[in-house]
Design a protein around this ligand. Structure first.
Ligand code: DX5
Ligand code: ZN
Length: 215
């Protein structure tokens, strides 16, 4: 089963609730929330208040929280308390990623590890037993609406060749064309901002990406 997680970063911040209602009604499997700290990436986005607000209005909705932060270790508890179901940290942070993945799992949350485009997937192979999900960035993290980097497809194949059976997510420039390519290469979770949240017919985008309809 292919899971589709819309990235709320692509929503109009003043109409966030409407955008969320729309993608959930279209059949999305949950929401992807991008947390940016202006250090790890050159942009600022949301904080735990958004995760908490979503949890308050949608008690059952799966929240996949992507921590693009230099120091996620200081915020893990806060995001779990706010209602995150999955927390993804980056392999490039100064802290001991293995230790953090253990802390996240021990808290009852799914633990995820992400690699930026310049980070070889071989670097995280020893950590895979600690990961419920791996997120392969298919753009430089920081902004929505960028072009998908085709060269990242190889990383998806490498993860599956290495025997990884957990969830493999892709994030950045995923659309009707690139989404099915990612699935063919081994991804099972598509994170989609612009191409889904701003689509005229989000339900059709989801069906095509799940292989249930023709483009
Ligand atoms: C980028 C974020 C993505 C972003 C994807 O740094 O991690 O989640 O919202 O947006 P699109 O799908 O527009 O590339
Ligand atoms: Zn993201």
């Amino acid at each position: 089963m292919i899971r589709i997680l819309p990235s709320v970063l692509a929503a109009d911040p003043l109409r966030m609730g409407e955008a969320i209602d729309r993608v959930l009604a279209a059949g999305a499997d949950g929401l992807h929330v991008d947390i940016m700290d202006a250090h790890f990436v050159p942009n600022l986005s949301f904080g735990p208040a958004l995760v908490k607000a979503i949890r308050g209005v949608y008690p059952q909705v799966y929240q996949d929280v992507h921590l693009m932060m230099d120091n996620p270790e200081r915020y893990i508890d806060t995001f779990i308390q706010a209602g995150a179901n999955a927390l993804t940290i980056h392999a490039e942070i100064p802290a001991d990623a293995a230790q953090l993945l253990k802390v996240i799992r021990a808290s009852g949350c799914r633990a995820g590890l992400s690699v930026k485009p310049g980070t070889p997937v071989e670097r995280i192979l020893p950590l895979l037993p600690l990961c419920d999900q791996v997120l392969v960035m298919t753009v430089e993290p920081g902004f929505g609406g960028q072009k998908f980097m085709e060269g990242m497809l190889e990383k998806l194949r490498a993860l599956r060749t290495a025997g990884y059976t957990g969830a493999v997510q892709v994030d950045g420039g995923v659309n009707l064309r690139t989404g099915p390519q990612c699935v063919a290469a081994g991804a099972d979770t598509l994170i989609m901002g612009t191409a889904l949240v701003r689509a005229e017919d989000p339900a059709q985008v989801i069906r095509v990406c799940r292989g249930e309809a023709q483009p």
